[in-house]
Structures are given as structure tokens and as C-alpha cells.
Design a protein around this ligand. Sequence first.
Ligand SMILES: *[C@@H]1O[C@H](CO)[C@@H](O)[C@H](O)[C@H]1NC(C)=O
Ligand SMILES: *[C@@H]1O[C@H](CO)[C@@H](O)[C@H](O)[C@H]1NC(C)=O
Ligand SMILES: *[C@@H]1O[C@H](CO)[C@@H](O)[C@H](O)[C@H]1NC(C)=O
Ligand SMILES: *[C@@H]1O[C@H](CO)[C@@H](O)[C@H](O)[C@H]1NC(C)=O
Ligand SMILES: *[C@@H]1O[C@H](CO)[C@@H](O)[C@H](O)[C@H]1NC(C)=O
Ligand SMILES: *[C@@H]1O[C@H](CO)[C@@H](O)[C@H](O)[C@H]1NC(C)=O
Ligand SMILES: *[C@@H]1O[C@H](CO)[C@@H](O)[C@H](O)[C@H]1NC(C)=O
Ligand SMILES: *[C@@H]1O[C@H](CO)[C@@H](O)[C@H](O)[C@H]1NC(C)=O
Ligand SMILES: *[C@@H]1O[C@H](CO)[C@@H](O)[C@H](O)[C@H]1NC(C)=O
Ligand SMILES: *[C@@H]1O[C@H](CO)[C@@H](O)[C@H](O)[C@H]1NC(C)=O
Ligand SMILES: *[C@@H]1O[C@H](CO)[C@@H](O)[C@H](O)[C@H]1NC(C)=O
Ligand SMILES: *[C@@H]1O[C@H](CO)[C@@H](O)[C@H](O)[C@H]1NC(C)=O
Length: 588
Amino acid sequence: MAMGMTFINLFLILLFFLRHSVSVSGNTDSPYHHHHRSLVEDKAALLAFKKSVLVDPKSTLADWEDDVHVCNFTGVICSQQHHRVTQIDLSSSGLVAKMSPSLSNLTALRRLNLDENQFFGTIPPEISSLRHLQILALYDNNFTGPLSPSIFSNCSELKVIDLSLNYIRGRIPEEIGNCPGLWALSLYNNQFTGQLPAHLTNTTMHSLDVGYNQLSGELPSDLVSKLPHLKYLYLSYNNMRSHGNNTDLGSFFATLRNCTGLMELELAGMELGGRLLRSIAHPNLTILELQENHIFGHIPPEIVEFSLLLKLESLFLSRNLFNIRIPSTLGKLPHLSLLDLSNNRFNGEIPASLGDLMDIRSLLLNNNLLSGTIPPELFRCSNLYMLDLSYNKLSGRIPPEIIEIREIRGFINLSNNFLEGPFPIELSKLENVAEIDFSSNNLSGNIFPQISSCITLKMINFSHNSLEGQLPESLGDLKNLESFDISNNNIAGNVPTSLSKINLRFLNLSFNNFEGKIPSGGIFDSATYMSFLGNPRLCGSKSSRLSCPQKKHWFRSRTFWVIYVLVVVVFAPLSAVFCVIGFLRLRS
Ligand SMILES: *[C@@H]1O[C@H](CO)[C@@H](O)[C@H](O)[C@H]1NC(C)=O
Ligand SMILES: *[C@@H]1O[C@H](CO)[C@@H](O)[C@H](O)[C@H]1NC(C)=O
Ligand SMILES: *[C@@H]1O[C@H](CO)[C@@H](O)[C@H](O)[C@H]1NC(C)=O
Ligand SMILES: *[C@@H]1O[C@H](CO)[C@@H](O)[C@H](O)[C@H]1NC(C)=O
Ligand SMILES: *[C@@H]1O[C@H](CO)[C@@H](O)[C@H](O)[C@H]1NC(C)=O
Ligand SMILES: *[C@@H]1O[C@H](CO)[C@@H](O)[C@H](O)[C@H]1NC(C)=O
Ligand SMILES: *[C@@H]1O[C@H](CO)[C@@H](O)[C@H](O)[C@H]1NC(C)=O
Ligand SMILES: *[C@@H]1O[C@H](CO)[C@@H](O)[C@H](O)[C@H]1NC(C)=O
Ligand SMILES: *[C@@H]1O[C@H](CO)[C@@H](O)[C@H](O)[C@H]1NC(C)=O
Ligand SMILES: *[C@@H]1O[C@H](CO)[C@@H](O)[C@H](O)[C@H]1NC(C)=O
Ligand SMILES: *[C@@H]1O[C@H](CO)[C@@H](O)[C@H](O)[C@H]1NC(C)=O
Ligand SMILES: *[C@@H]1O[C@H](CO)[C@@H](O)[C@H](O)[C@H]1NC(C)=O
């Protein structure tokens, strides 16, 4: 069978060269005339296509005119000898149209790219006449309706189909198996239903992306076992199930082992049930996305085999039902740069071995049941960009070793744990960090003035802790600070006026012991009283509606006048009376 196919290909290629050589060498009228006529037909087809366009906001087709050579039309490329139109690229032109069937007359077309326009209606089945088409790119349009099976009746040269981001419904036609050379099929973000057609095994699929559809059925084991060239497989956000009535994930991974070149696998968001077994180990896998499923388990001994995932760079296991300790073997994945275990029930301590992940950039362990202290070794991950340990049960102090991630540029989120003690002064060395969230812990001590060294900080949330002392004026040196939440602490003293000089957009000083007058200018002119709640000795600021009783001049206060009146009206006459009485007594 394979032999036959090769011969047919050879035959076609020979035929192609034959026709070309005739046209190149041919000074005789008839072949030249033949090609010339084809070009005329191509032009007619393109002009008919132009007529069907309702909106052309960028005037892309302005030079598609009778008096312009068709090979000079914007977005049109002809063969080298200018005999036929071979490529159309009208991507990102904002065109609104029903795709005209006249395109089917461009029978030498190899590449049709209408990506990122607003073509609507069904894809005309007539394009099956484009028997030399190699690339069909209709990504991000408004195509609807089912795919006509006849589209795939002449697709022997088709290599790439991209229909992603449209509104196409129905099944994926099994006739797609007619395209033996198809190596990339991208249908993500449509409304395809049914199962992946088994006929896909007739193709030489390298990249299959059908994510974000409504495909159902078991994970396609039979299919993938017959697609040995598969490198990219994206099935996320469909309605598929794992084997054994959604209990067995291992079988699918076992068949995948035949795809030795598999590099990226995405099976997210399908409520897949089962456990991770040793079959997950795959030598060439770089990205594994299994988030938002129902995968559960204790520590299977096989998890050690994670260390066989030697090329793994990204591991997404968030939003599953893992209820084990984080295996310390994860620290042995030499190229791991993203580890997302968030929103599970991982318990026990954070393994110190995670500090061996020298390439890790995003470490997301938030929303689990992790306890114990933060292992200082974790900060050996000096390439960290995002560190999220929030919503766990971590206790103890923030290790001073935090200085080792001084290059961190994204965020550190340690919020909603049981951390205590003062901030390590080493924090001030993180000069590139954009966001720090230490809220809802039991951190104590002062906010040291050196915090102003973290010059790129945009967001600070220290709320709901036991911080005390005064806020340093140096906070005003944080020129990039946009959001500052220090609510629910025991901070005392005056509000630093320097905060009025920076571009703060959010401020919350509520429930502390601030005193004195709220400064004016900047954020203080726009913040409402909601930013200053629960500070009984704080006053001022028009917008905050907190009047300043203590700060009024003493002679203007009502108490003063009450005392004054009392003194003048009651005590003065009274003392006068006593004086007189005393004087009279003295005299007598
Ligand atoms: C295409 O346009 C260029 C200049 O705009 C011109 O020199 C060339 O002759 C045109 N080609 C054809 C085939 O008309
Ligand atoms: C293709 O071209 C032929 C001849 O020029 C024309 O009759 C026919 O209508 C065209 N087909 C389409 C679909 O436009
Ligand atoms: C396949 O292409 C040929 C030539 O372009 C055409 O005559 C034929 O009708 C096409 N087949 C289908 C089913 O469209
Ligand atoms: C295409 O879809 C987008 C998004 O749904 C919509 O805003 C736009 O109006 C549609 N365009 C046409 C021509 O249907
Ligand atoms: C796929 O290949 C099988 C055998 O290799 C063949 O019988 C079948 O017709 C091919 N085409 C489709 C669409 O399945
Ligand atoms: C599959 O599992 C569901 C829920 O666990 C159960 O209701 C159903 O009966 C099972 N089906 C079979 C065929 O075992
Ligand atoms: C892997 O491929 C071999 C040879 O093609 C085959 O015998 C075996 O059954 C395949 N394994 C799986 C799990 O499909
Ligand atoms: C997969 O990895 C193995 C072992 O690292 C290697 O020998 C093989 O060539 C790789 N396969 C592909 C298709 O990259
Ligand atoms: C942790 O803080 C960062 C930065 O503010 C934020 O982007 C992230 O969503 C937070 N994590 C959680 C679980 O809220
Ligand atoms: C700061 O953290 C607290 C508690 O974790 C949260 O309620 C509040 O919304 C956060 N503030 C900002 C500005 O995000
Ligand atoms: C918070 O820390 C203080 C000491 O700084 C301690 O007295 C208090 O009990 C702690 N609160 C909680 C809820 O752990
Ligand atoms: C500040 O925090 C307090 C207490 O958490 C909250 O009630 C108030 O709404 C917050 N103010 C603003 C402006 O968000």
C-alpha cells in the first residue's frame, strides 16, 4: 500500500515537472496560451471573490482591478513563471464576506491564508477542486455549519489545515483520512462533537489540536497508537473520559508511549478520572497539562519515574484531587521551569529538594494543605519569576535565604498561611519584584525603611497581620507602587505624607492605630473613608468624611466654649461672691 502511494506521488511529481518544462521551454503558442488563459481565469476568479467581499476596512483589495496584473494584486503570489496564482494571503485584513466558491477555479493554488478576518457561513465544498492545496489557513473567522465531507475528496497534497477559532459544528468528517500528507490539523475552539475519526490514522499527523470543542468518548488510545509521528497532541476542554468508565488514565499513557517523539500533551479540563502511574514517564515530553481533572492519588512508588521525564519543562496538575505529599523526586526534573500543583489537597511539607529545580521560573503550590515551614532551600531556585505558596498551612518565619531569589521579577505570594515573626531585612534586596502579598498571616514587627529598595514594587499587600510601629516615610520612594494594603494590623503614628507623591491607585490603611491628620494630595484626595476605617485617632481629608475634632484650634472647639461660658457665667460670679464673703469675714 505504501509502495503504491509512493508511485502515485512519483507519477504526480513527474507530471508536474513535465507540464512545467513544457511551459518554460515552450515557445509554441499552445502551451503558453494555455497558461495565459489560466491566469486570466485566475484573475476572473479573484475579481469574483472581491465582489463577494462586503467590508474591506483596510482597502486591502483596492488594487484588485482589471488594469492591474493579477500577479501584482495585494496578497497574491504567482508561480515563478507567472503562469498561475499559487498563493493567497489575506490574513488580518478585517474582511467581511461569505467565502466565494469562485476561489475553486484557482486550481494551481497551494496556499490559502484567510486567517483573522470575518468570513462567515460554511466553508464552500467547492474548494475540493483545489487539488494542489497544501495549506488551508482559516484561523479566527466566523465560519459556521458542519464541515462538508467533500472538502476532503481531493486533498492528496494537503499538509496543514487550521480552522481554529471559528463556530464550526458537527462531526469531524472521516473523509479527512483521504489526506495522506496531512501533518498538522488545528480545529481548536469550535463546536465539533462526536469522536475523533479513526481515519486520521491514514495521515502522517505530527500536530493534532482539537482543544475547546465538545468531542466525547474515551481518550483516543487506538488512534494515537497508530500515529507514531505525533509530537503535539492537544485534547483539552472536551468531554472525553479516561478508560474503565473514567477511572483508568494509565492505559492511555501506555499507548502514548509508542509516540516516542511526543513533546506536548494537553488533556486539561475534562474531569478525567484516575491516577498518575509510571506510564506517564515519557522521554521527549516537554509540556504536560493535566489541570482541571479529577486525578487523585496517594504517593505511588512509580512517581519516582517522574525522573524519566527528563525533558519536561512545564507540568500543570492544578485543580485535581491529589491528596498526597509532593514527591521529592520532582526536584530531579532538570529542565522544569513551570510547576503548577495549585488547588489540590497536597499535604505534608514542601520538599526541600524542590530547591534543586535550577530552571524553575513559576512555582505555584498555592491552595493546598501544605504545612511545616518554608524550606530555605527553596530559595536556591534563583531563576524564580513567580512564587505562590498562598492558601496553605505554612508556619514559622520567612527565611532570610529569600535574598537568594533577588532576581525575582514577578511576584511572591505567601498570603493566607500561619507565618509569624518579623520580615527578614533581606527582603529589601529584592529590587526587581513587582508584587508582594504576605497578607493574612501573623507576621509581626515593623515595616523597615529599607523596603524602599524594592524599587519596582507595584503591589504590596501586608494586610491582616500583626505588624506594628510606624510606616516609614521612605515608602514614598516606591515610585511604581500602585496598590498598598496594610489594613488590619497595629500600625501607629502618622500617615506618611510621602505617599501623596506617588501614583498610588489603591490604599487601605483601615483597622490600625494611625493618628493625626490624613495628608492631602495624590491618593489622599481620591481615597474614600473606606481606606481609613477603624483608626479612631485619624482625621481630616475632605473625601474621607472624617472630621478632625482634636485638631481644631482649641479656642474654636465647643468644649472650650462650654467651659468659657461656665467660667464666665457661673464660676466668675460665684468666685466673686466667695471673694466678697471672704473679704467681709476678714474685715469682721
Ligand atoms: C508589477 O508592478 C511593478 C511595479 O509596481 C511593475 O514593475 C511590474 O511590471 C508589475 N508586474 C506585472 C506582471 O505587471
Ligand atoms: C470558474 O470558471 C468558469 C470559467 O471561467 C466559470 O464558468 C465558473 O463559473 C467559475 N466557477 C466559479 C465557482 O466561479
Ligand atoms: C477534484 O479536483 C478535480 C480537478 O480540480 C475536479 O475536477 C473534481 O471535481 C474534484 N473532486 C471533487 C469531489 O470536488
Ligand atoms: C464575527 O464574530 C464576532 C464575534 O462573535 C462578531 O463580533 C462579529 O460581528 C461577527 N462578524 C460577522 C460578519 O458575523
Ligand atoms: C484510509 O486507509 C484505509 C486503509 O489504509 C483505506 O481503506 C481508507 O479508504 C482510507 N481512507 C479513509 C478516508 O479512511
Ligand atoms: C460509570 O460510572 C458512573 C459514575 O461513577 C456510574 O453511575 C455508571 O453506572 C458507570 N457505568 C458503568 C458502565 O460502569
Ligand atoms: C506500539 O507499537 C507496536 C509496534 O507497532 C505495537 O505492536 C504495540 O501494540 C504498540 N503499543 C501500543 C500500546 O499500542
Ligand atoms: C525521543 O527520546 C529518545 C531518548 O531521549 C530519543 O532517542 C529519540 O530519538 C527521541 N525521539 C524523537 C522522535 O525525538
Ligand atoms: C498571589 O499574588 C499574586 C500577586 O498579587 C496574584 O497574582 C495571585 O493571583 C495570588 N494568588 C492567589 C492564589 O490568589
Ligand atoms: C489583600 O489581602 C487580603 C487578604 O488576603 C484581601 O482580602 C485583600 O483584598 C487584598 N488587597 C488587595 C488590594 O488586593
Ligand atoms: C500572633 O503572634 C503573636 C506574637 O507576635 C502571638 O501573641 C499571637 O498569639 C499570634 N496569633 C495567632 C493567631 O497565632
Ligand atoms: C480596607 O479593608 C477593610 C478591612 O479589610 C475593608 O472593610 C475595606 O472595605 C477596605 N477598603 C477598601 C477601600 O477596599
